[in-house]
Ligand binder design. Structure first.
Ligand code: FES
Length: 75
């Protein structure tokens, strides 16, 4: 799905940018041009970025996520 129509940026492009180290909106703006023209995509792009960052962290620390769920269950 297209996130930024002005620059033809898709969710997949944002996913790829996060895999390559993008962590902030300014990174997406520099790499892909997200929110650099009309700005209407900013909110949606931030939501996709946050989602990708969460997914990325979960993949990096799967035991940490598992431990947290066990702790939640035991409380
Ligand atoms: S839709 Fe992204 S800058 Fe216009």
């Amino acid at each position: 799905m297209y996130i930024c129509l002005c620059n033809a940026v898709t969710e997949k492009d944002i996913h790829q940018a996060v895999c390559e180290g993008a962590c902030f909106m300014r990174d997406l703006r520099q790499r892909l041009g997200v929110a650099s023209q009309c700005g209407r995509c900013a909110t949606c792009a931030k939501a996709v970025l946050d989602q990708e960052m969460q997914h990325s962290r979960a993949m990096q620390y799967p035991m940490h996520q598992h431990s947290r769920s066990i702790l939640k269950q035991s409380v």
